[in-house]
Structures are given as C-alpha cells and as structure tokens.
Write a protein that binds this ligand. Structure first.
Ligand SMILES: C[S@@+](CC[C@H](N)C(=O)[O-])C[C@H]1O[C@@H](n2cnc3c(N)ncnc32)[C@H](O)[C@@H]1O
Length: 351
C-alpha cells in the first residue's frame, strides 16, 4: 500500500481537510506564512512536540482542519498518523491516535512476542500466576503521560508495567511484596532498580517520600480468588510446579478472606498514592468483579465508589479476553457466567 507521506511535496507547508481528505493549500502566501509559523512553533514549543516530529522537522507541515491558517495549532507529518496539536498537555498522541484509544472497550489476549521476550530474560517469569502484557499497558502509558514522566505500579508483580515504561521512555517505579517476583523485575528492568522496592504497598508514602508521580497503573490481587481456585488452572499449574497464589505472607492482600476488609485495605493504598500524584494525574486500576459462594462481589464498582471520595471517577474501559476456553459453570442447574472481562477503572486527581 502506498504510504500517504505529505513530506515529499516540499513546496507546500500548509494542509487542511477537504471532503475527508487532507490536502495541501495551493496559495503561495499561505504557504509562506505557514513556513514562518512552523519556525515559530519549533522555537517556542519544541519541548512539547513528540520526538518523531522533531527528528524529521524539515518534513513537518502546518495543519488546520478548516483551512484557517491564523488559528492553526497542529502539525502533521504522515496523513495516516494524523495531526498533533501543539497545545496537547496530556500526551504525545495525534488526534487520530487519541480518538482510537478512547473506545470504551478493547480485546487483548497475551502476545507471544511479550511471553518470548520475558522468557528470554527470565525463565521463571511463568511462575507468576496473574500477569498482564506490557504491550497492553504501553497503550495506557502513551495516553496518560509524555516521555520522561514518572509512572508507579504498587503491585508490580514481575514488572510488566515497568517494561512498558522502558519501552515508552517513561520512568518506572513500583513495589512488589514477593521477593521472587521482585528479583524478576530487577532482571527485566535493571535501569529502574533504585525505584523499585521489595515492600508492602502500604508503605508507599514513606518509601517515596520525595517523589511525585505523573501516572499510576496497576492490577491488584483480585481479592483471595487465587486461594479459592479449584479448576483446571490450578491443577495444570501445580502439575508444572508453578505458583498458584502470590505468597503465604500475612500482608499479601491476596490472603485477606474478608471482602470488606480487602476493599478497605486496597482503598487505603490507592488513597495514599493520591498524595503522591501530581495534580491532574490519572490512575488506572485493572480489576474484575469476583464470584464467591455463588454470589457476585462487585469489586470493581465497590473500589471505584470507595475511591471517588477523593479521586474523580472518570470512566471505565473494558478489557475483553476472547481466547479463553469457556467452562460449563452452573450447568445444568443455574446461571453462572464465564467472566472474561476486566474493568480498567480510570480516576483523576483533580485537586
Ligand atoms: C495481579 S498481580 C500483578 C501482576 C503484574 N501486573 C504483572 O503483570 O506482573 C498482584 C501482585 O500484587 C502483589 N502483592 C500482594 N500484596 C501486596 C502488598 N501488600 N504490597 C505489594 N505487593 C503486593 C502480589 O505478590 C502480586 O504479584
């Protein structure tokens, strides 16, 4: 397929939208003016422009969808990628990339590429029973931060969030209670070793006394769900000598059997993190509603509610896994679903 690079046409510096197509403005005066405006943009805004634009600045064009050069504040390099607004204060995404991420759901299954990468560094990565993919987390980090910003994961596991930080040039921080998983993190992202603690997330305020973070993304233990697993997952993992729970430690949140106590302790950790975030920062918590004793405990919703006293609850984004085999739960007597979706709860520190 032919790439729609506009950069090859050197004499045009101003582009606009005409019938859904991005086209050059043919007026000489406008192009002269756009050239000067691009110079000004470079001089005054280069710290707020993605590196991919800066490194090819001679090919960057000025863009305004309505063709109004006086109010133009976007730049474009590649029509397929879309235009970047130089006033973008949240991230380095173009309008097109931004809009794509705002869909309220997405389908994501573990990627072979990620699994292979972690295996190459650390064979015992598979020991951890519940990880997410760095590739999936990259998309969140790209939306909620700019390069060089600080991202924290209080339940770092084997470091998937930190790997995503490394791939996207963000600075990763995190706590992980289990020493075995913590050691895996250090192998995967040695560059962040000073920022990562083998510690209880309840101590985050003391551990990061002098730090402030731009974003927090994590997936906490889903209550004590692993302790109760009796299905094929447990049998297969036990058969292969792999962990079926995070630890036996009494301060492991996954070992709290009482639901209200679990929600209370988790809430407290995320409220402590509130104090460590810069104003305007977002926090994403990836969690499921959980079944116990034939009853649904709406963990995602309860957590969202308990945190919205301090954070502003902004949204949910639903993560769907569509490659997991269904089990005949409940058959032939009662309703019981296969829960194959997670909630990515999105909250913001507004004050
Ligand atoms: C769902 S896993 C996170 C996995 C991680 N997202 C990854 O992809 O590697 C939850 C993690 O929280 C850790 N954990 C449990 N209680 C903790 C606590 N009090 N402080 C810090 N970490 C804790 C567990 O050991 C486990 O690794």
């Amino acid at each position: 397929m032919q790439k729609k690079l506009i950069s090859d046409v050197q004499e045009y510096y101003f582009y606009y939208k005409n019938n859904k197509s991005i086209v050059p403005c043919l007026d000489d005066k406008s192009n002269e003016k756009a050239k000067l405006m691009l110079n000004n943009i470079y001089n005054n805004y280069k710290d707020n422009i993605p590196k991919r634009f800066i490194s090819q600045w001679d090919k960057v064009k000025l863009y305004d969808p309505n063709g109004n050069i006086d109010s133009a504040h976007a730049i474009i390099l590649d029509i397929d990628q879309g235009a970047y607004d130089i006033k973008n204060s949240l991230n380095y995404l173009t309008g097109k990339e931004w809009t794509k991420f705002t869909c309220s759901w997405f389908v994501f299954n573990a990627l072979q590429k990620d699994l292979k990468e972690e295996q190459e560094i650390c064979e015992n990565c598979v020991d951890h029973p519940a990880t997410y993919s760095p590739t999936m987390i990259e998309d969140f980090i790209l939306f909620f931060t700019k390069e060089g910003m600080k991202v924290i994961d209080p339940f770092a596991g084997i470091g998937s969030t930190l790997v995503a930080c490394k791939r996207t040039n963000r600075i990763g921080y995190g706590t992980e209670l289990n020493k075995k998983y913590y050691d895996i993190i250090l192998k995967r992202v040695p560059e962040f070793y000073k920022n990562i603690y083998n510690a209880d997330a309840r101590n985050i305020k003391e551990l990061y006394n002098d730090e402030q973070f731009n974003f927090c993304i994590s997936s906490p233990p889903y209550w004590d769900v692993l302790n109760r697993s009796t299905d094929g997952f447990k049998k297969t993992r036990e058969g292969n000598g792999l962990d079926v729970k995070y630890s036996d430690l009494s301060n492991d949140l996954g070992n709290i059997a009482d639901y209200d106590q679990f929600v209370g302790e988790l809430t407290k950790i995320y409220l402590d993190i509130f104090d460590k975030l810069v104003k305007g920062a977002y926090i994403v918590i990836i969690v499921k509603n959980i079944k116990k004793g034939g009853k649904l405990y709406p963990l995602a919703w309860d957590l969202a509610k308990s945190l919205s006293n301090k954070y502003v609850l902004k949204d949910e984004k639903i993560w769907i896994q569509d490659k997991i085999q269904l089990s005949p739960y409940g058959y032939p007597y009662s309703w019981a679903s296969n829960i194959l979706h997670h909630y990515c709860i999105i909250l913001k520190k507004e004050v």
